[in-house]
Design a protein around this ligand. Structure first.
Ligand code: C2E
Ligand code: MG
Ligand code: MG
Length: 612
């Protein structure tokens, strides 16, 4: 039996025959009003395995097609009721039968008849009396065309299927990509790119309606480096995930929490009323972090330093907001951490100045704008000058005179303190050596040099000290180093080793500004320090606050019991001098005796004091 795998007659009709079962026997409808023709065609076609049906009028043909659409139609043209052309036009105008190929079989052999047949939608034309071979060949030809169309059709739908699948995969990949582009991979929080977008939108909203106020919080985790350094980065990552979840739970769902990287987070409060509103959220954050985190059975307390930009009305660029929030955060950090600061213009000016100083310092090495001044240290009962303290000054061509505290802070931040501190130490040693050589001072006269915490804890400090003493040939007994109590408290075991080395070299140590840090007189036992400078703030209040008086008295007594020399700082009035003498304080320093002076002036002062 003849079968076709695929049926169809034109590209347009492909869809409608999609569902024809394959291996269906070919079903040919023969339409002719001459029974003889029908019989002949039918028997030949059947012999060749085709299934045939018959219709002897046009109308019958239309009914037969409607009942069961054939695979192909052999159609006579001249018939009593309606012509073959009309049957053909009818079927071709119907979407359900459009695809069925029609071969006209007619005695009319005129070219025009044939043209008419093709115009009506016929696929082929056979002239009567027909040759069997021709009929078979033309039938097969039509069936081959159908098969070809069907193949194309199938390929097409397979292709379409594949395209659909690929499109879906692409869509998924795209969604993933855009998630990755806007998401921090560790915490799954929005990243900087998304934050920038959201900030732009917030700026726009406020520009169109000033009531749409928003605020930005820049959070930096305090001491996170310690966790990373001690427990490793994996644990650090775990903690970052946990803390980002806790932060998120504190915020409203419409606010944005983004991670900038490391331990830095940004909160965009999209709708705020006033600064009290913002403050209440910050309070919630601080309160939320009072509970510890537990990681590998260890408890961790985490805190944040937060910089805040509340008034965002004049910002056009998100970067500027972040920069300012960062400056405020930095301020919070530098003022003791675990607190927040609201950005103010003065902070910006200060940070610009710091930057300028930093640049100048880097350019200015070795310390071109720096100069050492000296202030006398007095034996209080006799008024004799026993030594001087060196105090650095920086005269900046545009910024003017910069306070040593500021200079040292910037030098510490940039790491330049080692060079600058070294320069100061060398300069001071040379100075005393020069006064010794000029016989302005005798060998008991000493110079006291301030050493910053960073410089003191640097691994090269002792080496630097040795080199300077060797170069300047100053006797170590004439040198005192002033350190702050925080050095001892912060790096106790390391500090102890350095202190040992210093004392081993017969250099004296002096605790400066005593009483301003974590002072505890009791811990002084564990650190063999020879001198203690009582901070100016206590001397200031000696007369006015009885508590200060008792405190100073206690400090002097305890220190002296431990065999330490006590030096009172910031003596400005004869009364203070008198009181300190009464308290049996041996040494002092202050504007009453001399302000910090340039070396030449100091030399004159020392010389003139000899004649007193
Ligand atoms: P300090 O070491 O406690 O120095 C004493 C400070 O008190 C000096 O301020 C001095 O000018 C000031 N002073 C002295 N007597 C009086 C007084 O009677 N009344 C008042 N109101 N002030 C008085 P200065 O020079 O501004 O230095 C401030 C701080 O900067 C120093 O405090 C010291 O901690 C640091 N510093 C200064 N020079 C250096 C240095 O060469 N290296 C390091 N690392 N730090 C330095
Ligand atoms: Mg000092
Ligand atoms: Mg001091």
């Amino acid at each position: 039996m003849a079968t076709i795998q695929h049926l169809g007659s034109s590209m347009k009709s492909l869809r409608s025959i999609d569902n024809l079962p394959s291996s269906k026997p070919v079903n040919i409808l023969i339409v002719d009003d001459t029974l003889e023709n029908i019989r002949l065609l039918s028997s030949i076609l059947q012999k060749h395995g085709y299934k045939t049906r018959k219709a002897i009028t046009g109308k019958m043909a239309l009914t037969a097609v409607e009942t069961d659409p054939p695979s192909l139609i052999l159609l006579d043209i001249r018939m009593p009721d309606i012509t073959g052309y009309e049957v053909c036009q009818n079927l071709k105008s119907n979407p359900k039968t459009f695809h069925i190929p029609i071969i006209f079989i007619s005695a009319a052999d005129d070219v025009n008849d044939k043209l008419e047949g093709f115009k009506a939608g016929g696929a082929d034309y056979i002239t009567k009396p027909f040759h069997i071979e021709e009929v078979l060949a033309r039938v097969e030809h039509q069936l081959t065309i159908i098969t070809a169309y069907q193949t194309i059709n199938e390929l097409n739908s397979r292709l379409e299927e594949r395209v659909k699948k690929r499109t879906k995969q692409l869509e998924i990949a795209n969604t993933k990509l855009s998630e990755m582009a806007f998401q921090d991979s560790l915490t799954k929080l929005p990243n900087r790119a998304l934050l920038m977008k959201e900030l732009c939108q917030a700026i726009e909203r406020q520009t169109t309606n000033p009531d749409n106020k928003f605020a930005v919080l820049y959070l930096d985790c305090d001491r996170f480096k310690i966790i990373n350094d001690s427990l490793g980065h994996l644990a650090g990552d775990e903690l970052l995930i946990a803390l980002s979840k806790r932060l998120k739970s504190i915020l409203n769902s419409e606010d944005l929490l983004a991670r900038l990287g490391g331990d830095e987070f940004i909160i965009l409060l999209k709708k705020i009323t006033d600064k009290f509103h913002v403050k209440s959220i910050i309070d919630k954050i601080f309160a939320g972090f009072q509970e510890p985190f537990i990681l590998r059975d260890i408890e961790f307390f985490l805190s944040f330093s937060i910089g805040v930009v509340i008034d965002c009305s004049h910002y056009h660029e998100p970067e500027a907001i972040l920069r300012h929030a960062d400056i405020a955060m930095y301020k919070a950090k530098s003022q003791g951490k675990h607190q927040y600061k609201i950005f103010a213009q003065a902070m910006y000016d200060e940070s610009c100045q710091h930057l300028q100083m930093e640049t100048e310092l880097r350019k200015g090495i070795p310390c071109s704008g720096l100069k050492l001044y000296y202030q006398t240290i007095i034996k209080l009962d006799t008024g004799k000058i026993v030594g001087v303290e060196s105090l650095v000054r920086w005269f900046h061509p545009t910024l003017g005179q910069i306070s040593p505290a500021e200079l040292i802070a910037v030098a510490e931040e940039t790491g330049l303190i080692i060079q600058i501190g070294g320069w100061i130490l060398k300069q001071a040693c040379y100075q005393l050596r020069s006064w010794q050589e000029q016989k302005i001072v005798d060998s008991s006269f000493y110079i006291s040099v301030n050493v910053s915490a960073y410089q003191f804890s640097h691994s090269k400090f002792i080496q630097q000290l040795d080199e300077i003493l060797a170069e300047t040939q100053l006797s170590p007994e004439c040198l005192k180093l002033e350190i702050t109590e925080t050095i001892i408290m912060d790096h106790s075991s390391f500090a102890a080793t350095v202190i040992d080395k210093i004392r081993h070299r017969n250099i004296q140590l002096c605790i400066d500004d005593f009483g301003t840090g974590y002072s505890s007189l009791s811990y002084l036992h564990s650190f063999p320090v020879d001198n203690l400078k009582i901070d100016r703030s206590f001397i200031n209040r000696l007369r006015t606050t009885p508590a200060s008086f008792s405190m100073v008295q206690a400090m002097i007594q305890i220190a002296q019991n431990m065999g330490m020399n006590v030096i009172a700082e910031g003596i400005e009035t004869p009364e203070q001098w008198e009181q300190l003498k009464l308290l049996n304080c041996h040494f002092g320093q202050g504007f009453l005796f001399s302000k910090p002076l340039e070396p030449e002036e100091m030399a004159n002062l020392i010389v003139s004091s000899h004649s007193l």
